[in-house]
Write a protein that binds this ligand. Structure first.
Ligand code: ADP
Length: 737
């Protein structure tokens, strides 16, 4: 499935009378022909401005590909209006855009748009002025003036920054400038990032860590490096090990860049500080919480190569690196790496492709690696480095099951006696406890006691979830919400609506009753925003919380040194439903959550409440036999031809017009090409049939591993006409079924 695009990207600039291809960040499959000012043309990668339809847009001169249709006559070509004064896009980035587009079947221009996300980055604000001391001292000096002059000694700063640093007002700065004591000087609005120093000594590594680090570094030095799995239990010290690999990559060339990818929410201040400590400089952080100015600064500095170490969420993969030499994908098994909106992609898999195109290694780190990665190691496509023990002799938590049929909670409560006792003991020992339930809100279902109706969202087939703190009913799929009604909207019975089942808010309510003296906090994505989530995680780490009640936000790579007890309220939850990866994800999630407990000084314990404690996944968790579980899981996937032994693609059709949707689905069914080793299931109603007023049908394509699933899908979709009122989305390697 991988198209070889290297030769085209390596080709010299076109000499065809100044004709060049330009790709725009729009949902377009192809690059368009333009005429450059000089007959030598413009080299691929150069940023240009040109007219496109009625608009004037910024695009990129794109390498000409052989398979593209013959070009328009030179006389009809529109000129490029300007080549922009910015470092060109590196060939590897352009290859990557083409590769991702071919793999995901999204338009090339849409993928380029991921690269150009920071829209104004190519035209930073101009005319910013800073000040430096000019030597002269005004006759009249005040303490404020003294402070500003002293602050200006440190380097050129804007009036605002200077005033803030000196604790004075901006008018003091202006007065000093008017008096000739400060001289104006143009400044760049996006200061460069300080260079990381790979030779700064890191933490002294244990012999096991040293061996793993050496192995990573050896693999990096290879001519054609392969991806490598860094496998080690939570707390094994994987971070320190992969930071050595980062150091080696940065050392390899003066302009080498490295990227450490994390699931979004793990991007906490402590993590950035930890990296800063190792390299003596803050890395460039890239995540959805950045303001426009920070975003622009990172983008520009990655493009000009001066930001050499980036720590970012999945979209950091699409930054315009000049010379990327290493990617680390931490918590590689995380489902958060799957991007489900816009261009649909799996960031871990795309990172591996990026490494292959750029000929650099990719380190995949996890305590519970994905089955895909484990199979790649077994089959010799990936290398592996392993850490067997926890760092500093810390022990893995004891995991045990609570059989809810034998030890049920009291009526109206959700914590069984053993779970409550676990919290009691943790608190008595001065430790922290975590209660885990992967369900937001107060209760998953709200039902009328009189007529039995379930509260449903008005334009979707989704249940409304009660959020008691706000007294609202909320749809977790669309964000729709309404005040909780007094009376049942169906039968009008007053006071008959009852909450069924627990969410984190309900567990928090029970915790408040049981442990009123304890400091408690709820962590879920209902928090005010990423900053609040990080604040709660930091407070937990610093021991300012006794009992944390949390959803899966807590699972991702955080260190809580004083956490000694983890109670999983509903270990059966992830096992229901038709998800291919249900068992695998339950294993990963619960062992990650349990792994938060027990650090160097304090052993930890985890209890999982279950109504089906005999389920193989739960047994594997309790016995700690990960490899046995993975082997069984791999075997069942192999027998069914599921990924990674076969390929899947999902095709979603959606429309506001249900009749047209059904007709289009039938037409797609009729157009399915016959091919050996490929089959198409469906159409079937999507898992949520009605969403935001649209109805949705799905097909699942399943092929053998040796079949080019993209080519098969392309052949099929070309044959099936799509009415304008029906939208179609292709999802290669779908996660939800
Ligand atoms: P993992 O990523 O494998 O879960 P970490 O790299 O976060 O584990 O390490 C776990 C804990 O041990 C962290 O608090 C870390 O600071 C500490 N640690 C790991 N290696 C060392 C070392 N060589 N020296 C000192 N502390 C270490």
């Amino acid at each position: 499935t991988m198209r070889d695009t290297r030769t085209a990207a390596d080709a010299p600039a076109p000499r065809d009378g100044g004709r060049v291809k330009v790709l725009f960040p729009l949902p377009l499959y192809k690059a368009y022909d333009y005429l450059a000012e000089t007959s030598a043309g413009l080299a691929p990668g150069v940023w240009v401005r040109a007219r496109f339809g009625p608009n004037r847009l910024v695009g990129v001169v794109w390498p000409a590909r052989e398979d593209e249709e013959p070009a328009v006559e030179p006389a009809k070509l529109k000129p490029i209006e300007a080549a922009l004064d910015a470092p060109p896009l590196a060939p590897a980035v352009m290859d990557f855009v083409d590769w991702v587009a071919a793999y995901t079947m999204f338009p090339r221009g849409s993928v380029l748009r991921l690269v150009m996300r920071s829209g104004d980055a190519l035209a930073p604000p101009e005319g910013l002025v800073g000040y430096r001391p000019a030597g002269a001292r005004p006759a009249r000096m005040t303490p404020q003036r003294e402070a500003v002059l002293a602050a200006a000694e440190g380097g050129v700063l804007s009036a605002r920054a200077l005033a803030a640093k000196a604790g004075a007002s901006e008018s003091v700065v202006r007065a000093l400038a008017a008096a000739g004591a400060l001289a104006p000087e143009p400044i760049d609005p996006d200061p460069p990032f300080p260079a990381p120093d790979p030779d700064r000594p890191g933490k002294a590594l244990s012999p096991e860590q040293q061996a793993a680090a050496r192995r990573l570094i050896d693999l990096i030095a290879r001519e054609k490096p392969r991806p490598v799995l860094l496998d080690g239990v939570t707390g094994a010290g994987k971070t320190e090990v992969y930071l050595e690999a980062v150091a080696a990559a940065l050392r390899a060339a003066p302009d080498a860049q490295a990227l450490v990818m994390l699931p979004e929410i793990a991007l906490t201040l402590p993590f950035l500080k930890r990296i800063a400590e190792r390299f003596g400089a803050e890395p460039a952080a890239w995540h959805s919480d950045l303001g426009a100015a920070q975003r622009r600064r990172v983008w520009r500095r990655v493009l000009d190569g001066s930001a050499r170490l980036v720590v970012g969420a999945r979209s950091a993969l699409f930054l315009p690196y000049r010379n990327l030499r290493l990617i680390v994908v931490d918590e590689e098994h995380e489902a958060a790496y799957k991007q489900e909106d816009g261009v649909i992609y799996q960031a871990r898999d795309m990172a591996v492709a990026r490494g292959a195109l750029g000929r650099f290694p990719v380190v995949l780190a996890s305590a519970t690696p994905s089955l895909e990665t484990v199979v790649n190691v077994d089959q010799g496509r990936y290398e592996m480095a392993r850490l067997e023990a926890r760092y500093g002799g810390a022990r893995l938590p004891d995991i045990a099951l609570v059989d809810m049929r034998r030890e049920p909670p009291e009526p109206g409560r959700w914590l069984s006696p053993p779970l409550a006792q676990g919290v009691d003991e943790a608190l008595a020992a001065g430790g922290q406890a975590l209660l885990f339930l992967n369900r937001r809100g107060y209760a998953p279902l709200t039902i009328c006691r009189r007529c039995g109706s379930r509260m449903k969202a008005p334009d979707s087939d989704t249940w409304l979830v009660e959020h008691r703190f706000e007294n609202r009913l909320v749809c977790h799929h669309t964000g729709f919400s309404m005040p909780k009604p007094e009376a049942c909207p169906v039968c009008n019975a007053v006071g008959a609506l009852v909450a069924c089942g627990p969410g984190v808010e309900r567990v928090a309510e029970e915790a408040a009753e049981r442990w009123p003296q304890a400091r408690r906090a709820v962590l879920s994505s209902d928090a005010a925003g990423p900053a609040q989530i990080r604040a709660i995680l930091d407070a937990m780490r610093d021991g300012e919380i006794d009992i944390l009640i949390a959803t899966q936000l807590v699972a991702k790579g955080h260190h809580f040194p004083n956490l000694v007890f983890v109670g999983v309220v509903d270990a059966d939850m992830g096992l229901a439903g038709g998800d291919l990866r249900a068992a695998e994800r339950t294993y990963q999630l619960l062992s990650q959550v349990a792994g938060r407990a027990g650090r160097a000084e304090r052993p930890g314990r985890a209890l999982l409440q279950s109504f089906s404690p005999d389920a193989p996944v739960l047994q594997a968790l309790a016995s700690g036999d990960r490899d046995l579980f993975l082997a069984a899981e791999a075997e069942s996937r192999r027998l069914t031809g599921s990924p990674p032994y076969g390929r899947f693609a999902a095709i979603l059709l959606r429309s506001r017009n249900e009749a047209l949707l059904k007709e289009a689905a039938e037409r797609h069914r009729a157009a399915v090409p016959r091919a050996d080793g490929a089959e198409v299931w469906g159409p079937a109603p999507a898992p949520i049939y009605r969403l935001r007023g649209e109805t949705r049908m799905r097909f699942l394509v399943k092929t053998r591993r040796d079949i080019d699933i993209q080519a098969y899908v392309r052949t099929w979709l070309k044959r099936a006409r799509l009415p304008g009122a029906v939208r179609r989305v292709v999802d290669i390697d779908p996660y939800t079924f």
